[in-house]
Design a protein around this ligand. Structure first.
Ligand code: 7TS
Length: 411
């Protein structure tokens, strides 16, 4: 049987209590998944059970609860590592993608960049994969360069060879764009970057959520993602890094748990990954993300990806037919993840989203923390419907009905 051939979306929806509610007098259609996903009962129960039975600080007390909390915390690390084909010692818990990127920018960047060194970014990055590099460039004198976008929201890889120079130290690129839905050919970018002697950080905030990820296959040096977009709790995320880079890096923050010995004037560091986990971590969050990963593995990520691809084929067909709609991002479904970013005639995206909200349909409007994307396509904002494993063709129909209401109001 193909993995997940029995993908039963109605049964899956029943696992997510938040999906089963009314907004005003309409049943909720949740299409703001790129911002954050809803959580299955399996994750909520694990969080409750952790706090009800095992709550203690980790790696400290020699008592039963501390042992259990530590075991649960480290067990979650092993689960998340297996989910992305990594070794657990290379998996660092962070607050999310944003903190993971900042960790690399400071702990790797401050040690490895000199004035005139180059960081290659792309026009499609989320602000959390831009601003940390800008801050770093300001401190080190490094220079930022940008891979540009074509009219269909794809990276113009023809320009890659010219942009990669003998000064390029790092390429930071998203796996999947949150504002356009574009799936980037990460392996191709990694190969070119490696040939130029640069390391590669992949912002996987919208990648590991929707696609099976094997960090070995991708070939990058760092991969980061957030638990809350993939059925897990908020406040927990992951930085995966290559062991040799992590070993060579300075700590990001100082404090408890990240040291080996502390002297009056200096300290030595705990082993990786603990070197990068100063202070009491988000233990419950990690345990909850472990449960989320269990849930996703049970469904199987290839099956999730297939469900979303089928749903997107239907959604694009229906939405494309709406008069006055402008859809951003790739036309080819092969290159597009579960995002439809659009404008509709002269209606402001905030008005679109307000009208949809009154119809029970939750979408996001704004710049999606990707102002360079908005600038590239000369718009202030877009409306964005983003789908996940529990969305259905009915949800698409409700979106389209809602957009017809927008049209009837704006003419
Ligand atoms: N990178 C990408 C590609 C993202 O989509 C996001 C969040 C982040 C980084 C930051 O993740 P965080 O968990 O650290 O905040 N994207 C969105 C979004 O599209 N709407 O709300 C948050």
């Amino acid at each position: 049987m193909t993995p997940g051939a029995d993908f039963d979306v109605e049964a899956i929806r029943a696992d997510f209590p938040a999906l089963n509610q009314a907004v005003g007098d309409k049943s909720l259609v949740y299409l703001d998944n790129a911002a954050t996903s809803q959580k299955p009962r399996a994750v909520l129960q694990v969080l409750d059970a952790y706090y009800e039975r095992d709550n203690a600080n980790v790696h400290r007390g020699i008592h039963e609860l501390s042992r259990r909390a530590t075991e649960a915390y480290e067990d979650a690390r092993r689960k998340v590592a297996a989910f992305i084909g990594a070794d657990p010692s290379e998996v660092i818990w962070t607050r999310g993608t944003t903190e993971a990127i900042n960790l690399v920018a400071w702990a790797w960047g401050m040690e490895n960049l000199d004035e005139g060194d180059e960081i290659l970014l792309t026009e499609m990055e989320h602000h959390s994969n831009l601003v940390p590099w800008q801050l770093l460039a300001r401190r080190t004198g490094a220079v930022l360069r940008y891979l540009e976008l074509d009219d269909q929201g794809r990276l113009m890889l023809d320009g890659l060879d010219d942009l990669l120079t003998d000064r390029t130290r790092l390429v930071a690129v998203s796996h999947v764009s949150n504002a356009l839905g574009t799936i980037n050919p990460v392996q191709e970018i990694v190969a070119a970057a490696k040939a130029a002697g640069a390391i590669v950080l992949v912002d996987g905030a919208q990648g590991a959520v929707h696609l099976p990820v094997d960090v070995g296959e991708l070939g990058a040096d760092f991969y980061c993602f957030s638990g809350h977009k993939m059925c897990g709790p908020t406040g927990i995320g992951v930085l995966w890094g290559r062991a040799e880079l992590l070993e060579a890096m300075e700590p990001f923050q100082g404090g408890g748990e990240m040291i080996e010995f502390v002297h009056r004037d200096h300290s030595t560091w705990a082993r990786v990954p603990h070197k990068f986990e100063a202070g009491t971590p988000n233990i419950a969050g990690a345990v909850g993300l472990g449960a989320a990963v269990d849930y996703l593995r049970e469904l199987s990520m290839p099956a999730v990806a297939r469900h979303e691809r089928e749903l997107m084929a239907y959604a694009m067909d229906r939405v494309r037919d709406i008069d006055g709609i402008r859809i951003f991002g790739p036309e080819s479904l092969e290159d597009r993840s579960a995002v439809i970013s659009f404008t509709l005639g002269d209606a402001h995206p905030h008005d679109i989203s307000t009208i949809l909200d009154a119809e029970g349909v939750a979408v996001r409007a704004g710049h999606h923390c990707a102002q360079l994307v908005m600038k590239r396509y000369d718009v202030a904002a877009t409306a964005r419907a983003s789908f996940y494993l529990y969305n259905t063709p009915d949800d698409v129909d409700r979106l389209v009905d809602g957009l017809q209401v927008v049209q009837s109001i704006f003419g």
